[in-house]
Design a protein around this ligand. Structure first.
Ligand code: GLN
Length: 538
């Protein structure tokens, strides 16, 4: 029987529930369990695909094309359990399913209500991850206990424990223990209130994970246990990770989180061997003792927003871990670009994006990277900007652009392909999810990947315009990878440059701290070389 862990949050939002859930998933996998992870988000949008990165951070894309919350990125970076459309649910998606069924007459004339129809649909979403080969499903509930929107989800997981058996379901509640400077003490009252809120709904947490700036002592743990109705050993400290998020799983393990979970479900008879965390200790060691330092400029529309390019920042870190390099990121908003900000950097990355704001700044940044021979990595829109820049400044098509920004231009080097021309709706009209690419064996990317056949995730509408392929190639642009039928350009390179790569897909969704993405790895290695060269010049 698959076991279920539910992770809720209290006191304040942004406590890092996703990271805590992902860390626990990793620890359970390291103990030999097979897991699946899932996020239930209480907002009304059907999915985060149409939400602004300012509001919600990046949109994380899965192999099957699901556009999801960035917490699923933590899940994939920390664990290997397969994620799909069934791993991401919102109130909007739940209601849509119920209302579709109602329109088809499936409720046989009954009054359709939050309980049982919405709660049943939520329970169905949770059951959908159950499987013979799945030992544990971890379900994170977005939002904070006490939110109006969260109520149906909390009610559904309460009922779920009745259906699945209380012994098969474990409730973890993540709270904050604030430190009051004036009295120099940690305050447990907000946690008590949050747990009491949960208990009013009928959920008694089995484990409390407490985010805190300072370590909890036994007296504080006993007090929290007493007021929140659980044994104090089930009050687990999660001290702020000052240094790196990769400390979180280690800290949680050291405070016994995975041990408690194993004891709860298996009475300590199975899975009791401690997890092998060598790879994770090695990550921390590499982060603590880097051999080099490089500065990478990320030139994008949302460069000042810490979550908008989350997976890119994480992927740069992963490559830094592998190469033992401290990667400093300089976020430069592309609509305020001043080329002097790029003079001392060792690599320039232009990420994906939509809309024309800041595009000219990105194109300028590409030009600088190309001319100054600074390692360049263009991702999705970043690759499209590289094609536009090359067309304008190398080929001489001064009016080259993407039809996304100027629908009627003389040189539409980036444009909609035939199938997408007549689509005006914004939802679900993109090339989304994993698609194959074939690389040519003389390319730099082939050397990075170590093979010709790759699969990467996509999220875009516009494409390299094939009418211009020949002219751009004649001027030295290398089409290093295409779709297997050769019709869609996936990768471009400049052979007479130390490292200049543009990809139409999003490699950042497939990088893990223990297995960095080959292109980020190659980009950071090139940035180190550039740094060394600069040093010898000085
Ligand atoms: N706006 C571009 C397109 O739709 C690029 C999208 C992206 O960078 N994800 O093709």
């Amino acid at each position: 029987m698959t076991k279920h862990i539910f992770i809720t949050g209290g006191v304040v939002s942004s406590l890092g529930k996703g990271l805590t859930a992902a860390s626990l998933g990793m620890l359970l996998e390291a103990r030999g369990l097979s897991i699946r992870m899932q996020k239930l988000d209480p907002y009304l949008n059907i999915d985060p695909g149409t939400m602004s990165p300012y509001q919600h951070g990046e949109v994380y894309v899965l192999d099957d094309g699901a556009e999801t919350d960035l917490d699923l990125g933590h899940y994939e970076r920390f664990t290997s359990g397969y994620l799909s459309k069934n791993s991401s649910w919102t109130t909007g998606k739940i209601y849509r399913n119920v209302l579709r069924r109602e329109r088809k007459g499936k409720y046989l004339g009954k009054t359709v209500q939050v309980i049982p129809h919405i709660t049943n649909e939520i329970k169905r979403a949770i059951w959908s991850l159950q499987g013979r080969d799945v030992d544990v499903v971890l379900t994170e509930i977005g939002g904070t206990v006490g939110d109006i929107e969260s109520l149906p989800f909390l009610e559904a997981i309460r009922q779920f424990a009745l259906d699945a058996g209380r012994g098969n379901c474990l409730f973890i509640h993540l709270t904050l223990i604030p430190y009051l400077k004036s009295s120099k003490e940690l305050k447990t009252k907000p946690t008590q209130h949050s747990v009491s809120r949960l208990r009013q709904i009928g959920i008694q947490p089995d484990i409390l994970v407490c985010r805190t700036e300072y370590p909890l002592n036994n007296t504080e743990r006993d007090k929290i246990g007493l007021f929140c109705n659980l044994e104090s050993r089930n009050v687990i400290e999660e001290k702020d990770a000052d240094f790196s998020i990769y400390e979180v799983p280690i800290t949680l393990h050291q405070h016994g989180l995975d041990q408690r979970v194993i004891e709860f479900f298996w009475r300590n008879l199975e899975y009791r061997n401690p997890p092998d965390l060598t790879a994770w200790f090695d990550i921390l060691d590499r982060l603590r003792h880097p051999l080099h330092e490089v500065t990478i400029a990320v030139v994008g529309k949302y460069a000042k927003h810490k979550d908008a390019y989350k997976s890119i920042y994480e992927s740069l870190d992963h490559a830094g871990i592998k190469n033992r390099v401290n990667v400093r990121v300089r976020g430069i908003p592309s609509d305020e670009l001043d080329l002097r900000q790029l003079e001392d950097v060792n690599g320039i990355l232009v990420p994906g994006g939509f809309g024309d704001r800041g595009v000219e700044g990105k194109i300028e940044a590409v030009r600088f990277a190309r001319e100054q021979k600074i390692p360049f990595f263009g991702i999705c829109l970043g690759m499209q900007c590289a094609v536009i820049e090359f067309s304008r400044n190398v080929v001489g098509f001064h009016e080259a652009n993407s039809t996304e920004f100027e629908p009627a231009i003389p040189y539409p080097v980036i444009t909609l392909m035939d199938a997408q021309r007549n689509v005006t709706d914004k939802g679900g009209t993109m090339r989304l999810g994993a698609q194959p690419t074939v690389l040519i064996s003389t390319s730099l990317v082939f050397r990075c990947y170590g093979g010709t056949n790759i699969s990467e995730r996509h999220r875009h509408r516009f494409e390299f315009n094939n009418n211009y392929r020949e002219q751009l190639q004649n001027h030295g642009l290398l089409i290093a990878g295409t779709s297997p039928d050769g019709k869609l350009v996936e990768v471009i390179e400049l052979p007479n440059h130390p490292w200049f790569v543009g990809v139409q897909y999003h490699p950042e969704f497939k990088s893990q701290p223990t297995k960095p993405h080959p292109l980020f790895d190659g980009f950071i290695a090139a940035a180190v070389q550039q740094h060394e060269k600069q040093k010898t010049k000085e």
